[in-house]
Design a protein around this ligand. Structure first.
Ligand code: BGC
Length: 244
């Protein structure tokens, strides 16, 4: 079985076909810059271009940076506010005349890591964080996802946690070591409220994990994700096997 995985991010919309039995991408991923304003209509146009570029007619999974319940988008932190209340799964399914599964991007990344990546086989409570424009979260309890957690928006240090510890701060000039100390404080805070057994850190910055991992001082083990920023695409594709 194959599915097209699409990952809508704050800066780019990425897609690739994925083999659902191995989690491997079947073609090089394509990326189109996220349109601004990133309204549903503008993003649907970009998604259409990607679907056409792969000449895709099979199942499609789409990850978005928002709370998604039953295919409907409920929040919009790093995408246009007009997504709120949009039935994205309904719209995309009509557009492509095939059932499209829409889910939160960090949940998608978590699914990829859980099925084929760094979280595979881990028991207990696992918190996966995607570190990028924002901070996304996926919590697994003995391999079962608790969907739509938004740990990046916990109030921390007087503001939104993602404004304090997201990896975008490094892109905008914060020293990596200073960022890692901030991230450690945030992980310690999460540990006091959720007592996980593992943290899995994803997002593009996880490729530099060895450069900053010494900053972490938590009881839970902190491990790098396997698929980094490919996890959203892989997880979105895998989610097409899910129920809604
Ligand atoms: C959004 C989450 C998303 C995360 C990563 C946050 O700002 O609220 O839904 O998972 O960014 O993209």
């Amino acid at each position: 079985m194959e599915a097209l995985g699409i990952d809508v991010g704050g800066s780019g919309v990425k897609a690739a076909p994925v083999d659902l039995d191995t989690g491997k991408r079947l073609a090089k991923r394509l990326r189109i810059r996220t349109p601004q304003p990133s309204t549903p209509e503008a993003v649907y146009e970009v998604i259409t271009k990607l679907v056409q570029a792969f000449d895709w007619h099979g199942p499609i999974g789409c990850a978005v940076p928002a709370v998604v319940r039953g295919g409907v988008v409920y929040t919009a932190a790093n995408i246009d506010d007009s997504w709120i209340g949009t039935d994205a799964a309904g719209d995309l399914s009509r557009l492509f005349d095939i059932r499209v599964r829409v889910l939160n991007d960090a949940d998608a990344a978590g699914i990829a890591e859980n099925v084929f990546g760094a979280a595979r086989g881990l028991g207990g409570v696992v918190i996966l964080l995607t570190l990028g424009t924002g901070i996304g979260s996926a919590i697994f309890s003995d391999g079962e996802l608790v969907p739509n957690t938004e740990l990046g928006h916990l109030e921390f240090k007087g503001g939104d946690a993602e404004d304090y510890a997201a990896a975008r701060l490094v892109d905008s000039g914060l020293d990596q070591a200073a960022w890692a100390m901030r991230l450690n404080e945030y992980l310690q805070h999460l540990e006091t409220v959720l007592a996980p057994d593992y943290f899995v850190l994803g997002g593009g910055i996880s490729k530099n994990f060895d450069q900053y991992s010494a900053a972490f001082d938590t009881r839970a083990a902190v491990i790098p994700a396997r698929f980094r920023n490919r996890a959203g695409i892989i997880g979105a594709a895998l989610a097409t096997k899910g129920p809604t």
